[in-house]
Design a protein around this ligand. Structure first.
Ligand SMILES: Nc1ncnc2c1ncn2[C@@H]1O[C@H](COP(=O)(O)OP(=O)(O)OP(=O)(O)O)[C@@H](O)[C@H]1O
Ligand SMILES: [Mg+2]
Length: 594
């Protein structure tokens, strides 16, 4: 299991899932890295004429590179001298510094472009995914993918390209020793490769460490996220110490794998070097009898010593890539899962409700197990208030999720007039629907910004009217910055009831065709609730409303009421009829249970 994936299949996966998809970025990056490798090689080669000059000032026995250089100089009438060689060497190195800086800049630009593309492609897919996808994937995993794993993926890409460049670099570096002494060079390379095999196999271990690093990274991020979200409960339950302990444990568990990888990485750098030197020695020893002249041997050694660190970097790069590939896998799997869970609806654009919305024999369960809704039949009539009332956990909010297409029925259907909801262009339907959900979400910005988020085109008069109807104006006026007060994260600077009222104002501002209110007044005092009920009644003549509540006071004005228990409608009718009729509703009403 641990060593399931071989080194090669990891590269193949990376190629298929990345290089093929982002080939333009890949080739641009590769081009940049190759140019850099070329310039570096040139800078190293530029020392050869100087070395030759010191060995033999007449340059009669000089290296072919030096001879070629001398020939080029004579073409432009310059006599070869140490000064000229020095100037050439310095100029090339200056050129190398400038191009290296430019190329580094280019590489950074491409790398961040890739990160940006990865992030927004993923975000786009996430925002098109079904609600179900979010119920399955922890926010920690998603945040971790965004903050760490995508960056690691870009690093892996960088390393992958560098890896290819290192291969090229290595071959340019060994051209000189090959020309000088083919035998010694080939032998050194062959022995070096044999020594490199165990170091390449370390890639399997670093891959395993990478996987663990991603897994524990998700957990670490999840815990931190939860700690911050639940800070109020942690403080009020005096659970600070436990929270710190859990976070420290997660941190240690996560970084344990990073540390192990870094130790391996250091070992590779330090251990392989003596082996590569050993390879050179072995090659020379084998060839000691038919020894070449001493200057050539020195040049061979010097060039091999310059070439072998590239092999070392290659081996190290392999370990790093293997370690980073799991980050890329998580990113791609998340992206794929989001794509596979894309919301699929029809193309019929929703304009208005002509008559009603109907649930017909709807069955629904979250998982394959227990039914949350069973043979549910319900009608929401145009321009009237339909109420759904029932005990906690009876399935009311689930009805809302189905109504706006966040979930789809397992059996049965939801019809908007004569069109099945799944055939509608859900975006157009949601554009004309306002949902005031049970847990209000406000953005950490001003009240004003929160309001116009729902309808950017809203006029001042419309905003005023929404604030009046939701009975929000009075408390907003009392705030120091009025409507421009910042509400805090999730609206923490406001009271529960104030948040609810802002959320109702926001819903009204959208001028919805369908208004869904899930426990909209649960945090309000009876006077505020009454004011909102009156407002609802005013708008009810022009809006189709589904009102969900526990309390009878909230649904008193509804035109039609459904009583739900364990996912089944057990009674229905208008308030007065239900109150008088023998049945569950009457019992609950008489005992004021709901
Ligand atoms: N994401 C989920 N995964 C699995 N089960 C869920 C999920 N959400 C809700 N349920 C279950 O579905 C049932 C109905 O939940 P729902 O939220 O619809 O109840 P409700 O009537 O809105 O309750 P309340 O009045 O407390 O808001 C409950 O038994 C609940 O445990
Ligand atoms: Mg609910």
């Amino acid at each position: 299991m641990v060593f399931k994936m071989s080194i090669w299949s990891n590269y193949k996966y990376f190629y298929n899932e990345f290089v093929k998809l982002y080939y333009k970025d890949f080739f641009l990056l590769l081009l940049f890295v190759l140019i850099e490798a070329l310039v570096i090689s040139l800078s190293i080669i530029s020392i050869i004429p100087i070395a030759d000059f010191f060995l033999d000032q007449s340059l009669s026995e000089a290296n072919f590179i030096t001879l070629w250089f001398v020939k080029t100089l004579s073409l432009i009438n310059i006599d070869p001298s140490l000064l000229v060689f020095f100037i050439f060497f310095i100029l090339i190195n200056f050129f190398k510094s400038i191009t290296s800086s430019l190329i580094s800049y280019g590489i950074i630009r491409i790398k961040y472009k890739v990160i940006e593309r990865f992030s927004f492609d993923l975000l786009d897919k996430l925002l098109s995914a079904k609600w179900k996808f979010y119920l399955k994937n922890s926010s920690g995993k998603i945040i971790n993918t965004y903050t760490n794993e995508i960056k690691k993926t870009a690093s892996a890409l960088n390393d992958f390209v560098t890896q290819i460049a290192l291969g090229f670099k290595f071959f340019t570096y060994i051209i000189t020793p090959m020309v000088l002494s083919f035998k010694i060079t080939i032998l050194t390379i062959a022995v070096s490769f044999i020594f490199a095999i165990p170091f390449l196999l370390v890639g399997k271990i670093t891959n395993y460490l990478g996987k663990k690093n991603v897994e524990t990274g998700n957990k670490f991020m999840n815990r931190i996220n939860e700690t911050l979200q639940g800070i109020k409960s942690i403080l009020s339950f005096a659970r600070k110490k436990i929270s710190i302990r859990q976070n420290v444990d997660n941190f240690r568990n996560h970084y344990k794998y990073t540390i192990k990888f870094q130790i391996l990485d250091t070992l590779i750098i330090n251990l392989y070097q003596p082996f590569s030197l050993l390879a050179i020695c072995i090659a020379i020893l084998i060839n000691v009898d038919n020894s070449e002249n001493i200057s050539e041997l020195a040049a061979v050694l010097w060039s091999l010593m310059a070439a072998l660190p590239n092999l070392n970097s290659f081996i190290r790069g392999n370990a790093t890539i293997q370690n980073l590939i799991p980050a890329f896998q998580q990113f791609r799997e998340l992206e794929k899962e989001a794509s596979q869970n894309k919301e699929i609806f029809g193309r019929k654009v929703f304009e208005d409700i002509k008559k009603e919305i109907k649930f017909k024999n709807v069955d629904f369960s979250y998982y394959s197990g227990e039914k949350v809704l069973e043979k549910l039949n319900l009608i929401v009539k145009k321009n009237s208030i339909t109420a759904l009332v029932g005990e906690s956990g009876s399935g009311k909010s689930t009805v809302v999720d189905l109504l706006i297409g966040l979930q789809t029925p397992n059996i049965g259907e939801i019809r908007v007039d004569d069109v099945n909801l799944i055939d509608l262009d859900i975006q157009s339907f949601r554009e004309k629907t306002s949902v005031i959900s049970q847990d209000v979400f406000l953005f950490n910005t001003s009240i004003y910004e929160n309001l116009i988020w729902a309808n950017p085109k809203a006029t001042e008069t419309e905003i005023e009217s929404a604030l009046d109807l939701s009975n929000s104006r009075e408390f907003i006026n009392k705030l120091e910055n009025g409507i421009h007060t910042i509400v805090g994260e999730r609206g923490v600077n406001l009271s529960g009831g104030q948040r609810q009222r802002i959320s109702i104002a926001r819903g009204l501002l959208k001028k919805p065709v369908l208004f869904i209110l899930d426990e909209p007044t649960s945090s309000l005092d009876s006077i505020s609730e009454k004011l909102i009920q009156d407002a609802l009644e005013k708008i009810a003549r022009t809006t189709t409303t589904l009102l969900i509540a526990h309390r009878f006071s909230t649904i008193k004005n509804a035109d039609y009421i459904y009583l739900i228990r364990s996912g089944k409608i057990i009674q229905e009718g208008d308030f007065e009829t239900l109150k008088e009729q023998e049945g569950e509703f009457k019992k609950l009403f008489d005992n004021q249970i709901i």
